[in-house]
Design a protein around this ligand. Structure first.
Ligand code: UDP
Ligand code: MG
Length: 341
């Protein structure tokens, strides 16, 4: 970590050399694939052409690669990746034994790439995301961004339910305190440094769209268009979407637990109001026998129980956050004359 800091510090010190240093970097494009036998070949051709153009125009290094991650597909996806690997020196393939989900596939690809590349760009295998945005991602990286977020222009290509659920999801995530861009996608550039920081997040349920903004390194945004899927069907079933949403919310915040506590306080306040009301009613004899004592105990006890649950929940929630062992901090730069060796 310190070595990286010292290196960047020197670059900055020379003034203007950072951009030069970042030009023609090694790009690894990471493509998660789940049952993509229909889309994979045309997409791979488009991506290989794109990478070829970027290489010959001197925008990226000759050592740049495309990494296909097979997320435990049950169709011919791995066979196709193997063919692509045999025919192209710039193709790499990783294969999961089980379907571990889109987020894990992206993460695996990035963690593989981190030791070889200067930066990665993740993109879906159906190439619904406009690959012409790649140059703009790279420009932002060259200018100094460690993370470049892709934000989609519109959701016109999505059907009503997906549009509605996605909008609600981002609203809920933001209200839960996650630092997430609306309509952000997993089409994103990450520098080796950002990948290094990401690798320190050990949690199992990793919600990348929430975690990556949390890292806090220099970042920027590129807007892109989304096209309809050309080949095959969406691999994001409703249950996968709901799991992603649940992971996003629960991995990020213990606010739902705090709501229990808030509800307890509210119930208790209502309970005290009820006590006054009930005593008044009782005093003037508008009530039947037993009503007052039952209602009072329901509200006051209910409030007390919810508050107790909230308190227990707070400890459980903190315990939950602790078990993630997230890094407390990550150095952006280090200026130091000390050497670690
Ligand atoms: N994907 C994956 N594992 C899964 C589901 C999807 O790796 O369990 C990949 C899929 O192959 C594609 C990307 O994630 O490259 C996005 O999926 P898809 O295009 O089906 O989602 P949508 O665009 O419909 O949201
Ligand atoms: Mg898609």
């Amino acid at each position: 970590m310190i070595e990286i800091g010292v290196k960047i510090g020197k670059e900055n010190g020379k003034g203007g050399t950072m951009e030069a240093h970042r030009k023609k970097g090694i790009l690894y494009i990471v493509v998660p694939c789940y049952n993509e036998e229909e889309a994979l070949l045309p997409s791979a051709k488009t991506l290989l052409d794109k990478l070829g153009a970027l290489r010959s125009n001197g925008i990226v290094s000759e050592k740049s690669r495309i990494v296909f991650v097979d997320d435990g597909s049950k169709d011919r996806t791995w066979e196709i990746i193997t063919q692509l690997y045999n025919a192209n020196e710039e193709v790499a393939g990783l294969r999961f034994a089980h379907n571990r989900g889109h987020q894990n596939a992206i993460l695996a690809g990035m963690m593989y790439a981190k030791d070889f590349c200067d930066y990665t760009i993740t993109i879906d295998a159906d190439l619904q995301q406009d690959i012409e945005a790649i140059e703009r991602f790279i420009e932002e990286y060259v200018k100094g961004s460690e993370v470049v977020f892709g934000v989609r222009n519109s959701r016109n290509t999505d059907h009503f339910f997906k549009k509605f659920s996605a909008t609600m999801f981002y609203k809920v995530m933001r209200s839960m305190g996650a630092n997430i861009y609306e309509n952000s996608a997993d089409y994103r550039l990450m520098s080796a440094k950002a990948l290094e920081a990401l690798s320190e997040y050990d949690e199992v349920n990793l919600f990348l769209r929430g975690i990556i903004p949390d890292i806090g390194l220099a970042s920027s945004v590129v807007h892109f268009d989304v096209f309809p899927r050309m080949q095959g069907e969406s691999k994001y079933s409703l249950s996968k979407m709901l799991t992603l949403a649940a992971d996003g919310i629960t991995s990020f915040s213990i606010k739902p637990i705090r709501m229990v506590f808030g509800m307890g306080i509210l119930a208790l306040l209502v309970g005290f109001g009820m006590v006054i009301h009930i005593v008044y009613e009782h005093y003037f004899g508008y009530t039947i026998d037993g009503w007052s004592s039952i209602l009072m105990s329901i509200w006051v006890l209910g409030g007390a129980i919810l508050i107790s649950l909230g308190i227990i929940g707070e400890y459980v929630g903190r315990n939950y956050m602790e078990t993630k062992r997230r890094p407390r901090y990550y150095f952006w730069d280090v200026l130091s004359h000390d050497r670690t060796e």
